[in-house]
Ligand binder design. Structure first.
Ligand SMILES: [Zn+2]
Length: 321
């Protein structure tokens, strides 16, 4: 039986009041005052207030421990047990060799910059948080994994009866002809709901009906009015429980008679590509799905990213066992 952090208080929405001034303050304070760091983490629900011993179920006591990175630990009070448990046990910080303030700083910088074309450069994050390039790359990937996991755990349909969703495909990685640098073409299929400003992006191997139709059923609610161009793969949409309007892109961007267009989903492509370009990524096309998830995540949670990231860490990622 593993040690159980008790009680786990929920992540507090006040976390979103955290800003770059707070980051400077805690960065300075945390470097010299680990107790303040731990208190701060507990106040917002990032670290447990108490711990039960896995051997005898006793409530552990906090005590100094110089060999621990946070210079304190949990210790079982029972005379014949005295088990030592890491203060980070049961938290997102568990298992990392970074200081608490570095992890908080990185999740703050990543979440507020996620999906934005002007996110902080790698070098600046390394300098601000005293981290190696390798560590920053690893932790950004870690954050992207949280985005991927979020959409797996929380599938949500866009559209609905009478609601318009635009669908389109876009080329995200072009084949290069230089010898030795041949990369496969990477197509992304996506949809965007006009009213709620919600979209989805999925990498696809092919752009045929057999590939696209199941994805449409996975992401778009029955009865939705779907607008597309005249790509042949969309011909069956009408028979699949949707209304279907098309625009002939060889003639115009907006159909003059019906008003059908795909302008909003195309502007989503521009934003997603600008974000990837700004992050100099992904250098490995295999990572495109993760960057797409990061982009979708930032569109959903851009209003309160820091809180939502930690909320999802607590509820979707870290399961105490
Ligand atoms: Zn014990």
């Amino acid at each position: 039986m593993a040690a159980i952090p008790i009680p786990q208080i929920p992540i507090l929405p006040e976390l979103d009041e955290f800003n770059s001034i707070s980051l400077i303050e805690i960065g300075h304070r945390f470097k010299y005052d680990v107790d303040a760091t731990i208190a701060w983490c507990r106040r917002y629900g990032l670290l447990a207030f108490s711990m039960s011993c896995p051997r005898c179920n006793a409530i552990c006591q906090q005590q100094p421990r110089d060999s621990s990175i946070d210079r304190v630990c949990w210790r079982c009070p029972e005379r014949n047990c005295r088990k030592v448990i890491n203060i980070r046990h049961g938290s997102f910080f568990s298992g990392s060799h970074l200081q608490l303030w570095q992890i908080i700083g990185l999740t703050y910088i990543w979440s507020t910059g996620a999906g934005k074309a002007r996110s902080l450069s790698q070098n600046l994050i390394m300098k601000e948080l005293c981290m190696s390039e390798h560590t920053v790359v690893d932790w950004k990937q870690f954050c992207r994994d949280i985005c991927v996991q979020y959409f797996i755990n929380h599938p949500e349909l866009i559209g609905g009866p009478g609601v318009i969703v635009e669908l389109d495909e876009s080329l995200f990685s072009r084949r290069k002809n230089n010898v030795g640098r041949v990369r496969p073409e990477r197509w992304v299929f996506g949809g965007y709901e006009q009213g709620r400003k919600k979209g989805f992006l999925v990498e696809v191997e092919r752009r045929d009906a057999a590939t696209l139709l199941p994805i449409i059923h996975q992401w778009v609610a029955p009865g939705t009015t779907i607008w597309t161009d005249r790509w042949a793969a969309y011909n069956q949409i009408q028979n699949r429980g949707f209304d279907h309007g098309t625009v002939n892109h060889q003639r115009h961007f907006v159909d003059p008679a019906t008003g059908v267009c795909t302008n909003r989903v195309e502007s989503m492509w521009s934003r997603a590509k600008a974000q990837m370009k700004a992050q100099q990524g992904p250098t490995n096309p295999e990572l495109i799905p993760e960057y797409l998830a990061e982009y979708m995540w930032s569109e959903r949670f851009g209003v309160s990213p820091f809180y939502n990231l930690w909320h999802q860490i607590a509820n979707d990622i870290y399961v105490v066992n």
